[in-house]
Design a protein around this ligand. Structure first.
Ligand code: ADP
Ligand code: MG
Length: 381
């Protein structure tokens, strides 16, 4: 069996509702090579196994740590392969009315943004987000008898502050609210929804958001390693002969802040305060993953905005993929092991995805009612 079909087999044999956990190891960088780093990570796609050699081990049985995941990708893995094997089936479910989430976790510089966004405009190197746009519109363009309404929201979470990346100048307060009617889920008030008519529209929306992410930021690399970016796509679908019943599929695409321990950076003053807040979101995420994995009766979603935003994606109504990104160099041994343990724990999380059907809060429903009202007005004239 080739590598790709092995990876698919590993993923399918897992419980359908479990969070799927993928590990991807990026290639060694020129800088790492020049500074004499050794590679300590071995990836075995056919067994879903990652092995890491401890560069400072004193004995042989301490030397190698082994972890198994739903799928693993080595430094030569292509963007297309990862997408087709793992993400395409998830987006197909979103197009049936499920919630889906893909989030990238890992130390700064390990390839989260490369995996999520990739090189925009380069068809081989583009990442998950632009590929999802293409998949969504290729489905829409092929489908007859269904009306679609697609919109995007793009937000950033920085030090527990939510910023609307599509309306960065808006002064409206963005507040997290629980969905009404006990249907679960959390939404952000006043967050701009950009209706998109095709994949190019959505790409443009993403670019606008990315540009806003950089405004007023002195060091973009540093900023993006300290903030979480969430791109949300909602797809409303109504059959033309049954337009009262609207399905909604929602997809969360998340590029998390770098997971490296801030204490190592020797920050002080405002910097330390900032680091503590950034840590808070990721450590809350860790606590939520831990509680879910242990089947604990209390899951501390409310401890940070990040975990509230991802509440449905972890332990809730969503199909979720976690991608843990790692680097191969010995100098990152400790951070790599921390990431691998974190990801390993997430494998135990069980979600409860259900199709979002007959959605009364669909925008499509409101639009249809408006059309009916206008038709009647014309008829009465
Ligand atoms: P992060 O978002 O986790 O901080 P980046 O995505 O910016 O990391 O990646 C850091 C560097 O490594 C970038 O130059 C990126 O192009 C490169 N890189 C990351 N992953 C890969 C990969 N799988 N293949 C090739 N280059 C990669
Ligand atoms: Mg990044």
């Amino acid at each position: 069996m080739n590598k790709s079909s092995e990876n698919i087999k590993n993923a399918r044999s897992a419980n359908n509702e479990a969070v799927q956990v993928i590990v991807r190891c990026r290639p060694i960088s020129e800088k790492e090579k020049l500074s004499g780093c050794c590679e300590i990570v071995d990836v075995y796609p056919n067994r879903g196994v990652i092995e890491v050699k401890n560069p400072r081990a004193k004995s042989d049985n301490e030397r190698i740590k082994m972890f198994t995941y739903d799928a693993v990708y080595d430094s030569r893995s292509s963007q297309q392969c990862l997408y087709d094997e793992m993400v395409r089936p998830l987006v197909a479910s979103v197009l049936e009315g499920y919630n889906g989430c893909v989030f990238a976790y890992g130390q700064t510089g390990t390839g989260k943004t490369h995996t999520m966004e990739g090189v925009v405009g380069d068809s081989d190197m583009q990442g998950i987000i632009p590929r999802a746009f293409e998949q969504i519109w290729s489905h829409i363009n092929r489908t007859t008898g269904v009306e679609f309404l697609v919109y995007a929201r793009y937000l950033e979470l920085y030090m527990e502050d939510i910023r609307d990346l599509l309306k960065s100048k808006s002064k409206k307060q963005l507040v997290l609210r629980e969905m009404a009617g006990g249907q679960g889920g959390v939404y952000v008030t006043h967050l701009h929804s950009q209706t998109c008519k095709n994949a190019a529209d959505m790409m443009k929306t993403m670019r606008i958001g990315n540009k806003n992410r950089t405004t007023g930021v002195t060091n973009m690399n540093e900023h993006s390693s300290r903030s979480h970016a969430i791109f949300q796509i909602a797809i409303e679908m109504a059959e033309e002969n049954n337009s009262k019943s609207v399905k909604i599929g929602k997809l969360n695409l998340v590029d998390l802040a770098g997971s490296e321990r801030q204490s190592k950076t020797g920050a002080s003053g405002d910097r330390l305060k900032e680091a503590t807040k950034i840590n808070k979101a990721l450590s809350s995420l860790g606590n939520v993953i831990y509680a879910l994995a242990e089947n604990s009766s209390h899951v501390p979603y409310r401890d940070s905005k990040l975990t509230r935003l991802l509440q449905d994606s972890l332990g809730g109504n969503s199909k979720t993929i976690m991608i843990a990104n790692i680097g191969p160099a010995d100098m990152n041994y400790e951070e790599t092991i921390i990431t691998l343990r974190y990801a390993y724990r997430a494998k135990a999380i069980k979600n409860k995805p259900i199709k979002n059907e007959d959605m009364q809060d669909a925008k499509l429903l409101a639009l249809q009612q408006e059309i009916e009202r206008l038709k009647q007005l014309i008829a009465e004239k």
